[in-house]
Design a protein around this ligand. Structure first.
Ligand code: UDP
Length: 240
C-alpha cells in the first residue's frame, strides 16, 4: 500500500452536537438532512468523503462519570450514541442518491459493517460515502482522535473539523469574550502550548506527528463543506 495521500479524499468530522439542532439532545432530522445535502453535493463533484461522527448529543463518558457512573461503561454508551447519528445521516445521504456504508468499531452486524480499512478505501474509490461509527471502539478516546486516526489510515488529504456555531479557532471563547481574535492559520505546536480548542491533545499530536493538516470551520453554514473541500480560505488551518 502506498503512503501517498489521495488528493480528492477527505475525512470530515461532524460533532454530535450539530445533529441535535437547537435541541441539545437527540437527532433533529432537518439538520441531518441539510448536512446530507451538502455532503452529497461534494461527492457528486468527485470528492471522496469519509465521515467520523461524534455522539455528544447523546452521551459523553466524562460527564456520566461525574454523575457517578463507571467511566469505561459510560464511554461505551457514548460510542453507541455515535452509531445512531451515523444511521440518521446514512438515511438522508441515501435519499440524496448517494451510496453509503456505515462501519463501526464495535461490531453490530445488523446495522453496519465492521471497521475494515481496506474495504473502506474500496467503497470510497467507488464513490460511496463511508461513515465511521462507535469511535475507536475503546474507552478513554474521543471521536476527534478517531477522526485523525481514520484520516491517516485511509490516506485522506486532510482532516476537516466541522464545528457547530463557531467559524474557526479563536484565542479565547468568542461566545464569552466579544474581543476574541480568530486565527487564519496555526501551527500544531501553538495549538498544544496555548491549549486552543481545536480537538483534544491526543488528536492534535497524532496529526502533528504525521503532518496531517486540519481545517476547522463552521459546519452548518450552507456551502461550507464544499468550500473546505476546494481549499478555499475559510476557518482556521492547522499545519506545520
Ligand atoms: N468515545 C469513546 N471512545 C472513542 C470515541 C468516543 O469512549 O473512541 C465516547 C466518549 O465517552 C465520548 C462519547 O463517546 O464522550 C461521544 O464522543 P465525543 O465526545 O467525541 O463526541 P462529540 O463531542 O464530537 O459530539
Amino acid at each position: 500500500r502506498s503512503d501517498r495521500r489521495s488528493p480528492r479524499r477527505f475525512l470530515l468530522k461532524l460533532s454530535g452536537e450539530a445533529f441535535a439542532g437547537g435541541g441539545g439532545l437527540g437527532v433533529d432530522p432537518d439538520v441531518v438532512h441539510a448536512m446530507a445535502r451538502e455532503i452529497a453535493a461534494v461527492v457528486r463533484d468527485g470528492a471522496e468523503m469519509a465521515l467520523v461522527i461524534g455522539g455528544g448529543n447523546f452521551f459523553r463518558g466524562a460527564e456520566l462519570q461525574t454523575r457517578g457512573m463507571d467511566r469505561a461503561r459510560s464511554d461505551y454508551m457514548g460510542m453507541l450514541g455515535t452509531v445512531m447519528n451515523c444511521l440518521a445521516l446514512q438515511d438522508f445521504l441515501e435519499k440524496e442518491g448517494i451510496e453509503t456504508r456505515v462501519q463501526t468499531a464495535i461490531t453490530m452486524g445488523q446495522v453496519a459493517e465492521p471497521y475494515i480499512p481496506l474495504r473502506a478505501v474500496r467503497h470510497l474509490e467507488k464513490g460511496r460515502v463511508v461513515i465511521f461509527g462507535a469511535g475507536m471502539g475503546m474507552p478513554y478516546f474521543s471521536t476527534d482522535t478517531t477522526a485523525a486516526q481514520r484520516a491517516l489510515e485511509i490516506h485522506a488529504q486532510g482532516l476537516l473539523m466541522g464545528k457547530n456555531g463557531v467559524d474557526g479557532v479563536y484565542d479565547s471563547d468568542p461566545k464569552v469574550n466579544p474581543d476574541a481574535v480568530k486565527f487564519d492559520a496555526l501551527e500544531y505546536g501553538e495549538v498544544i502550548t496555548r491549549d486552543l480548542k481545536v480537538a483534544d491533545a491526543t488528536a492534535i499530536t497524532l496529526c502533528r506527528d504525521n503532518k496531517l493538516p486540519i481545517l476547522v470551520f463552521e459546519l452548518l453554514t450552507p456551502g461550507n463543506i464544499a468550500r473546505a473541500v476546494k481549499g478555499e480560505k475559510i476557518g482556521t488551518l492547522v499545519s506545520e
